[in-house]
Ligand binder design. Sequence first.
Ligand SMILES: [Zn+2]
Length: 282
Amino acid sequence: MKNKRNERLTFIRCPLCGKDDSRDYLWFDEYRYVQCLSCGLIYQNPQPGIRPLHKRYSKKYFQYEFRNQRNFFNLMRLTLRDIRFSDKLAREFPEKTRTFLDIGCATGLLLNHVRQQGWKVKGLELDTYSVRYARRIFSLDILNQPLEEAELPDRSFNVIHWSHVIEHLPDPFQGLKKIYSLLKPGGYMLLTTPRIDSFQHYLFQKEWRSFHRDHLTIFSGRTLKQMVRKAGFGLIRSFSWGGLAADKEHPLKPFKRVIDKAVKTFNTGDVIFILAKKKINN
Ligand SMILES: [Zn+2]
């Protein structure tokens, strides 16, 4: 079976509970989502394999990342501030030995920022254009490999950050397990992904910004936490943001600032952040 882009598709089992019992959830021209009847996870089925997915990264993708790099970086910096990354979390690890991995590091702004705070940093990035840019501009140490095949030693990082990556993985659970093994005992994972049980999804329904052919899994707060725990992590904190997208037209647009603030307060944003920890004795 192939899709309109001539990519070969295969049917998969639910990446969260492993069952093969789902109902149709939402259809688009190029792809479709199903919902697992057992655990409620929403995922694309059938899916393209890893190779065709990786081929989707092109110069156009880099241009998008490049254009938005400041915005993305500012959002990540706000998150670091919210979890008191520099003045609290970092201090759990001895100075000069702190190690930080950014998966899907794009043009490297976050890595450069964390390195300036004295961390040893490393990046993982699929898109070759972004890797070249980040190496050239910031002289960063970046592996041009997918997470599934990343040649990194286990138990080698204090903190692993990945923002808007997990929803792209054909097997998000394996991705979480890989991160768990790459972390040192007591290390932290910082994860950001779209969240369906949110105000924006309620408002836009099928037009919601995070239904995207590259988003293979769509999490709710509940299914995400369930998968994170199943991979062995302890949950430390979770919050959400994203009230009304700046690029979407809607009659409520004049109230964007109020809405943005309200969804953060009531935790109904369509982007969820999770801070999770690997057990000390693991
Ligand atoms: Zn399931």
